[in-house]
Design a binder for this molecule. Structure first.
Ligand SMILES: [Zn+2]
Length: 337
């Protein structure tokens, strides 16, 4: 039995939570973004996502602060699995395989006598420089995200987006302005670094991005040289890769000409109106676009598609193509295994 409880997925047969937003005894985490990864007693995850989570999650809260005492913290225990290295829980076989979303992002396949179930988590199908190559497996039921599940979301080829980012950064530097790319510190930032570095753009990154970049390098990802931002030494001659939170500009660019850019799939469909408070926007996404969502279903050939994290009307689009699709509702119980 599989159910959605309080916005958290629970597989009763395995006594396993999936990407739960509340602390649990034992929870599977698909990847390190904050809307999927929280501290639990035991975290079941991929080998590379454990590296990411060790940096992001730190220690878990073991006992809340009392009237007089400090909260107690304890180490999170990690149960790690390599991609395509199955393990068993009772009568079920579980396998993680790449979701291609960010470093270590995994899809979870659960196989029992009644068939194969796949939970995709966030995924994309286009290869990138910094995430493991994505994979699609045949299954009977898939629970997938549909963030960009509307037909207007068709991303241009990544090489085209990369070329435009590099040209824009170079032009800014030539004009004596500091180009600033706003990118989430896990995934998007490292991909932007790889793209810009390969294009010969010198790089400086925010400390949080540099710390995560070190985790990527530890995992064997080839990143270009970069400086960790230091307000006392920054000379304005490199592109800045910066977290989007608050869009607060670094101190060292005060008084300098700057040009800012957002990196997000939401640029698509907004036309030239999209600015998001920045001078430019590039559709660099770590999610599947609309055609990729359809391609996923075509490749996986599931008998049933369950959807969460995205547009509800994607359900109708799939049904129109003859696919049995359903949006997962809160407290819904499904017998899958
Ligand atoms: Zn994500």
């Amino acid at each position: 039995m599989f159910s959605l409880q309080e916005k958290s997925l629970y597989v009763a047969d395995l006594d396993l939570w999936i990407d739960s937003m509340r602390p649990r005894d034992r929870c599977y985490i698909s990847h390190g973004h904050a809307d999927h990864a929280r501290a639990h007693d035991v975290v079941v995850t991929s080998t590379n996502n454990a590296r990411v989570c060790r940096l992001r999650l730190g220690r878990r809260l073991a006992k809340p602060a009392g009237l007089f005492g400090e909260p107690e913290r304890a180490e999170i225990r990690y149960e790690t699995h390599d991609f395509n290295a199955p393990w068993r829980i009772g009568d079920h076989e579980l396998t993680l395989f790449s979701a291609g979303h960010v470093l270590g992002s995994a899809q979870l396949m659960i196989e029992g006598e009644r068939g194969r179930f796949v939970y995709t988590g966030d995924f994309k199908l286009e290869p990138s420089f910094t995430a493991e190559a994505p994979e699609v497996k045949r299954c009977d039921t898939v629970l997938m995200e549909c963030t960009y599940g509307r037909p207007q979301y068709v991303f241009p080829p990544r090489a085209e987006v990369a070329g435009a980012m590099v040209a824009w950064a170079r032009k800014a530097l030539e004009d004596g302005a500091v180009p600033i790319f706003f990118a989430y510190s896990l995934g998007k930032a490292q991909e932007a670094m790889a793209i810009l570095g390969r294009g010969g753009v010198p790089l400086t990154t925010h400390g949080a991005i540099a710390s995560m970049a070190a985790v990527y390098e530890e995992a064997g990802v080839d990143l270009p040289p970069y400086d960790r931002y230091d307000a006392t030494t920054f000379d304005g001659a490199s592109a800045l890769v910066w977290p989007p939170s608050g869009r607060a500009l670094p101190v060292a660019v005060r008084g300098r000409a700057v040009r800012t850019a957002a990196l997000t799939g939401w640029v698509i469909g907004k036309g030239t109106n999209y600015r998001g408070g920045t001078d430019a926007g590039f559709p660099l996404s770590d999610h599947a676009d609309f055609p990729s969502l359809l391609r996923y279903v075509e490749l996986a050939q599931p008998r049933k598609v369950l959807l969460n994290h995205g547009w509800r009307d994607f359900t109708h689009r799939l049904r129109g193509l003859g696919v049995d699709a359903e949006y997962l509702e809160a407290n819904q119980q499904l017998a899958l295994f």
